[in-house]
Design a binder for this molecule. Structure first.
Ligand code: ATP
Length: 239
């Protein structure tokens, strides 16, 4: 299990952004992490992926552990090597490289595994196979999201961390991304899904967390969150 306990994070030595966050990502599940802009969701993902340093952030209390072993002192590559792969917010594909080149960049494995992983990614995303030799910069927003997810899957991760995969996508594409996340999970990858689109996240998550200003304010099975009056009013617009 991937676990965060009592985590405190500051930026630039002063700005306290996470104020004692605890969260569990049990194997096999999809865990949804909801919250308004600025709540600290991206910061939490950076802490899980070893990416705080490059953003001038630092853990000042608490810990991140994998199967009971601390991993919060590790760098990004060591974390990927332990099976935790992240898709950053904003997709960030290499626009001048082809789709296939973008995918190969994500693979830090032996050539034989690389071929198998590439095949698995093309199976999941037939669109990417069709556009294999095209420059990634010419892909649509939805296709770029698929490419970013595919690249993260090239290391065949045990955990996939997704930062707002539905951001800026048309409703129909949001549905495709949601179905793909379900398929990835069914193939054995555990997912931590950060989303502002609460209805999308809760429709597929097993468990959900809600963050507000650096704290977890709710932690419940997704179906209980869907039935919660505050969630319905503030996050689902169904008040
Ligand atoms: P969003 O959905 O807008 O990405 P979020 O919940 O992911 O929001 P974070 O991006 O983690 O929230 O931001 C939490 C707080 O930390 C915000 O107030 C933000 O301004 C601040 N912050 C984020 N990155 C940095 C940084 N590199 N230096 C200083 N402050 C930062």
């Amino acid at each position: 299990m991937l676990a965060v306990s009592n985590l405190e994070v500051v930026y630039d030595d002063v700005v306290l952004v996470l104020r004692g966050v605890s969260l569990d990502v049990p194997d096999g599940q999809i865990v949804g992490l909801l919250g308004a802009n600025g709540a600290g969701k991206t910061t939490l993902l950076r802490a899980l992926s070893g990416l705080l340093d490059i953003h001038h952030g630092e853990i000042t209390r608490g810990q991140v552990s994998l199967d009971g072993e601390r991993i919060d002192h590790l760098g990004p590559q060591q974390i990927v090597d332990r099976g935790i792969s992240q898709v950053l917010e904003g997709r960030r594909v290499f626009g001048e490289f082809t789709v296939e080149e973008n995918l190969r960049v994500g693979a830090h494995t032996k050539p034989k595994d690389r071929a198998a992983n590439l095949e698995r990614v093309f199976d999941l995303f037939p669109r990417l196979l069709e556009r294999r030799t095209q420059a990634a910069g010419y892909l649509s927003g939805g296709e770029q999201q698929m490419l970013a997810m595919g690249r993260a899957l090239m290391s065949n991760p045990r955990y996939l961390l997704l930062d707002e995969p539905s951001l800026g996508l048309a409703p129909q594409l949001v549905g495709s991304i949601r179905d793909l996340i379900t398929a990835i999970n069914e193939q054995g990858t555990t997912v931590l899904l950060v989303e502002q689109n609460a209805s999308m996240a809760l429709s597929i998550a097993d468990h959900g967390y809600v963050m507000e200003t650096g704290r977890v304010v709710m932690d419940k099975p997704a179906e209980d969150l869907l039935a919660d009056d505050d969630i319905r009013e503030f996050y689902l617009g169904l008040g």
